[in-house]
Design a protein around this ligand. Structure first.
Ligand code: KG4
Ligand code: ZN
Length: 353
C-alpha cells in the first residue's frame, strides 16, 4: 500500500510517500520533502496565518511533485491520498486538504483526512514498529499533551496544557530575551553556558495531582526576573535560559513519572512505553530527563528521529496507510477543522468507506 501524505497545518509545507506492507504492517519512507516557512514569518516574530496559507498555495504543487519524483513513483500508482484535515491554522489546512481532494478525485483514489495529532501519535509505529498500547507525550509549538494510544482511532487524552504549549513557552521566552526564531533551539543553545540554579522559577500546577501542564506563569516569572536585572549581559541571558530549561524539564519529567505510574495501573501487565513527539523532542535536557525517568521506572523510551518528530508529510501518509489498511477512507465532502481533539467522537467513527 503506497500513500501520499500532505501536511500544511502550520508553517511547514510538506509531502511524502510511504509504503506499508500489508502482511507485516511495516512501513518504508520513499520520500520526505519539507519546506519550512521560517524566513517568511521571521520578521513578524511568529507564524502569520494568512502568510502561511499563501505560501502553502505557492509551494505545495511543487513539493508534491518533488515527493513523487524522489520516490520514483507516478501519482497514478498511489493507493491513497492523505492530508492533514486539522487541527491547525484553517487557511493552511484548507490548502492541503483541498489539494488532496482534487488529487483523489482526479486519480480515483481514496481520500484520508488525517488528524494531525493522530499522525504524530502513530509515527513511532512506522519508525520503531511499536505495538499498541503506548503513552505519547506530544510537545510542540501548538500542543503539550499526554495521550494513551490504544489503537488506530482510539486515543485517550490524559493531560494537556491549560495555557501555552511547551514549544510556545520556549518561543516566548526567546522573544522576550531578544533571541531569534525558532526560540526553542536558541534557548537550548544559550542554556549550555548558563547557571540553571541562579533564578528560582515556579513550577506551576506541580503540586496538583493531575497530568495537565501550565507554562504561562513560568513565562511571566522569566519576564519579571529579566526586567529585574536589565540590561542583560550575555551571561544573564544564559543563566535565565538555563533556569527556564531546568524548570520545564522538572515539570515535564514529574508529569511523565505520574503518567507512567497511571499507565501501570490502568494497563496492568503491559510493559510501559513512552513515545515523545513534537519539535521540543529535540531538546537534549528534556530528553535526558525523560531518559532518567524511564530508566528508573523500567519503562521504554522511544524518540523517533527528530525530522519525523517535527511536522512532516511522512507521518500523515503513514496515518493514512494505517487507516486505509483497516478499510477506512473519507468522503470528498469532509471538512477541514481548526479544532479537532484527538479523543473526540470523530476519531475512528463514521469513516466507513
Ligand atoms: O513540532 P514542531 O516543529 O511544530 C509544531 O509546533 O507543530 O515544533 C516546533 C516547536 C517550536 O516551538 C520550537 O521552538 C520548539 O518546537 N523546539 C524546541 C527545540 N527545537 C524545537 N524547543 C526546545 N528545545 C529545542 N531544541
Ligand atoms: Zn505538529
Amino acid at each position: 500500500m503506497r500513500l501520499l501524505g500532505i501536511e500544511t497545518s502550520c508553517d511547514e509545507t510538506a509531502a511524502a510517500i510511504v509504503d506499508r506492507d500489508d502482511l507485516s504492517g511495516h512501513g518504508a519512507i520513499l520520500s520526505n520533502v519539507v519546506r519550512s516557512q521560517l524566513e517568511e514569518h521571521a520578521p513578524y516574530g511568529g507564524v502569520v496565518p494568512e502568510l502561511a496559507a499563501r505560501a502553502h498555495v505557492s509551494h505545495l504543487d511543487h513539493i508534491i511533485g518533488r515527493a513523487a519524483e524522489e520516490a520514483g513513483v507516478r501519482l497514478a500508482e498511489l493507493d491513497g491520498i492523505a492530508a492533514t484535515a486539522g487541527p491547525g491554522l484553517i487557511g493552511g489546512v484548507l490548502v492541503g486538504l483541498t489539494t488532496a481532494k482534487a488529487l483523489a478525485a482526479a486519480l480515483g483514489k481514496p481520500l484520508l483526512a488525517i488528524n494531525h495529532l493522530e499522525a504524530h501519535a502513530l509515527t513511532a509505529r512506522l519508525t520503531d514498529g511499536l505495538e499498541f498500547p503506548y503513552l505519547l507525550l506530544l510537545v510542540s509549538g501548538g500542543h503539550s499533551q499526554f495521550v494513551l494510544v490504544k489503537d488506530v482511532g482510539a486515543y485517550e487524552r490524559w493531560g494537556t496544557t491549560i495555557d501555552d504549549a511547551l514549544g510556545e513557552a520556549f518561543d516566548k521566552v526567546a522573544k522576550l530575551l531578544g533571541l531569534g526564531v525558532p526560540g526553542g533551539p536558541e534557548v537550548e543553545r544559550r542554556a549550555t553556558a548558563g547557571d540553571p540554579r541562579r533564578f528560582r522559577l515556579p513550577r506551576p500546577l506541580l503540586k496538583e495531582d493531575r497530568l495537565d501542564f501550565s507554562f504561562s506563569g513560568l513565562k511571566t516569572a522569566v519576564r519579571l526576573a529579566a526586567e529585574d536585572i536589565a540590561p542583560l549581559s550575555e551571561q544573564d541571558v544564559a543563566d535565565i535560559c538555563a533556569s527556564f530549561q531546568l524548570a520545564v524539564t522538572d515539570i515535564v519529567t514529574t508529569r511523565a513519572r505520574a503518567a507512567l505510574a497511571r499507565f501501570r495501573v490502568a494497563l496492568a501487565g503491559v510493559p510501559p512505553t513512552l513515545v515523545v513527539a513534537g519539535g521540543v523532542a529535540a531538546n537534549r535536557a528534556i530528553g535526558a530527563g525523560l531518559r532518567a525517568v524511564t530508566d528508573a521506572l523500567d519503562a521504554r523510551l522511544v524518540v523517533p528521529p527528530i525530522p519525523l518528530c517535527t511536522d512532516n508529510g511522512v507521518m500523515v501518509a503513514w496515518a493514512g496507510a494505517e487507516r486505509l489498511a483497516l478499510g477506512q477512507a473519507d468522503d470528498l465532502t469532509v471538512a477541514a477543522k481548526a479544532r479537532w481533539p484527538l479523543d473526540s467522537a470523530d476519531m475512528g467513527l463514521g469513516h466507513a468507506d
